[in-house]
Ligand binder design. Structure first.
Ligand SMILES: [Zn+2]
Length: 267
């Protein structure tokens, strides 16, 4: 091999090696160089959030995001408990006042006719979000918070709500099969979350492990925790939290509000 040819060959090898290294090591955008960010979210202001999820989060010193609907009984009966949860570092997110959902979708017989999102107007939906923001500010004093679409529905009276809610909340969460949101996806109004209902500890841990590959933001949506409905067992939930707290170099656990603020500041 001539000198020039061998130099070219060496250069090509170096290029290949560099490309391979880049493909396997994307740069972490998360604090501390964590491999993935994790958002733990809890919908519908359930008693088991206050009785089981909040104490378990405290046990491992992890923050959660609780999506409250203003008309839920726990808002009037346990308001001080929600205030304490916010003071402990949890986000109180907006989940509307009345939890309107599209009654025409499959399996929605339970939706009351006067809470049928198909019969809302877009203006009515936005009014309800604004009022819920005011209610939550009265509880926690915060001016910014994220939103979770009730039932994952993004239409009110046939009108798309996504653009209209952007002035009112910093991000919005729905749910998907894998719960993964790519860090290069700047749409914070379609943050994904994995539905934890009925899942085992192994199922939940597999989801966070899968998020490490591409420095993804991975979300969990829980309803009941060791009680109430659409529940995950207290044991499976606790096992997930234990796994997250055991590996801080892998996982940065954050509220939705803080995760989005971090991504926006990094841009
Ligand atoms: Zn809900």
């Amino acid at each position: 091999m001539s000198g020039l040819k061998s130099r070219r060959y060496f250069f090509a090898l170096c290029l290949l090696a560099t490309t391979a290294a880049n493909a396997s090591e994307t740069v972490s955008p998360w604090p501390g160089g964590a491999e993935a960010a994790v958002i733990l979210t809890y919908d519908d202001a359930l008693d088991s959030h206050l009785d089981v999820a909040v104490p378990q989060l405290a046990q491992f010193n992890l923050p959660g995001t609780f999506y409250l609907s203003g008309a839920r009984p726990s808002i009037r009966l346990r308001l001080e408990d929600w205030r304490k949860a916010a003071a402990a570092g949890h986000e109180l997110g907006n989940h509307t006042l009345y939890h309107p959902c599209s009654k025409s979708a499959p399996g929605r017989d339970w939706v009351k006719p006067w809470h049928d999102l198909d019969r809302y107007s877009l203006e009515q939906f936005i009014d309800e979000l604004q009022t819920t923001n005011s209610l939550l500010t009265a509880i926690d004093g915060e001016q910014q918070r994220s939103f979770a679409y009730p039932c994952g529905d993004m239409n009110a009276g046939g009108a798309d709500v996504v653009a209209a809610i952007k002035p009112l909340v910093v991000a919005a969460r729905f749910f998907s099969a894998d719960g993964l949101h790519r860090v290069d996806d700047p749409d914070y109004f379609r943050l994904e979350a994995y539905d934890g209902a009925g899942k085992s500890a192994q199922d939940l841990i597999a989801v966070v492990e899968a998020a490490r590959a591409n420095n993804n933001l991975v979300g969990f949506m829980f309803h009941g925790v060791g009680g109430d409905y659409l529940s995950v067992s207290a044991e499976a939930h606790q096992a997930l939290l234990k796994h997250l707290s055991m590996y801080p170099e892998r996982y940065w656990v954050s509220t939705v509000r803080d995760a989005v603020a971090h991504l926006e500041s990094a841009q």
